[in-house]
Design a protein around this ligand. Sequence first.
Ligand code: UD1
Length: 420
Amino acid sequence: MMEYFAVDGAHPLEGRVTIHGAKNSALPILAATLLADGESIIHNCPSLTDCAAALEILSCLGCRVKREGNTVVVNTTCRRGYTIPNKLMERMRASVLFLGALLAREGSAVACWPGGCALGARPIDLHIRAFQALGAQVRTWNGQLYLEGTHLRGRRLALPIPSVGATENAMLAACSAEGITVIDNPAREPEIVDLQGFLRRMGARISGAGTDQITVEGGYPLHPGEYTVMADRIVAATYLCAVAAASGEGELHGAEGSHLTPVLTALTAAGCEIASQADGLWIRRKGPLTGIGSICTGPYPAFPTDAQPLLVAALAGGEGKSRVTETIFDHRFRYIQGLARMGACIQVRGDTASIVGQPLQGACVEAVDLRGGAALAVAALGARGESRIFGLTHIERGYECLDRDLSALGGQISRKREND
Ligand code: UD1
């Protein structure tokens, strides 16, 4: 039976919500548990379908996996093999991170290409080049990738673009590469710093995450680690944009303002008041949401591509003009067709969306990807009347319970079945 979110919009929000753990930190950290024998304990690991897919990969590799609430225990002692079945590899793009971990731990990894993605072509050439630079042999045959490298050697790697996944895979593989690996031009996202934090808990000699150079002194045995995943900055951006769209005020417990600087700057420019509190962020919008001129997505610390749909959704129902340029992914404006059904006036030319804010009306729409789906919920909270948002499986990849959290913020949103 088809489930959907029913949203009654245009009511000011008032409430507080706790931001759950970051999907994009939890996934590489779960892959990293393979680097040591024994029991690693990961706290604040969000209950998302993407995390469930990562745990299935670990189970399939013989690890014992247990979840109690948001704590996950991964015991790698009985792990066996280095092949990831196609059906798990295809479930999500981030399964590619298990390649670096398996290569480091087993000296081999076999898998097909990671899951297709609605955001456009997402090659893994940079991941492969990093493995090769460390001495791994990479062959492809019959749609499968075969990695082999029992004696990886540290060296200097320069990423031509600061890919998040390639940086993480290089960090994982470098832990087992004898000598010093220097990664130049790595991604600087907070999730990279979180992965470094966990690797250090495992005894890895790694530094520089968050800067333009990461150094790993590899080849030492690691031990299991215990770690708490940071709060999800894109989930926090979602709730900030929800308050911006619907007006009112909200408190976001656990949100880290320093991870969200360009999002806070854009929302402030649009007329929101935002303040850092002891344990999170506070936002209020009283007056109209105005246009913000031009912004452009980019690698951290620039405006995050994952927050682009959320901001556009809020601005579409505001007043005034804005231009948003997407520089990371080719097909990241597909959600705009849903906003158009709500009456949004947005013209997309090439990589730029030009938005003329105007009141939106509720509509029946379908999520086409994860953040695009959340963007429809943001727009629906600001739109007059009722909306129905279908395609919830996309949203569940990255939000534990979007309806619960938006309700806690004061939104009128509930999950329903088509024949309810
Ligand atoms: C990660 C995030 C995703 C986010 C993205 C950009 C995870 C699990 N996902 O994805 O939510 O939207 O960062 O912030 O952390 N590229 C290549 N060759 C490669 C790798 C990447 O050309 O081998 C290109 C991609 O096509 C894209 C750009 O580099 O245009 C950035 O991608 P990347 O940073 O690698 O994103 P992901 O790690 O896939």
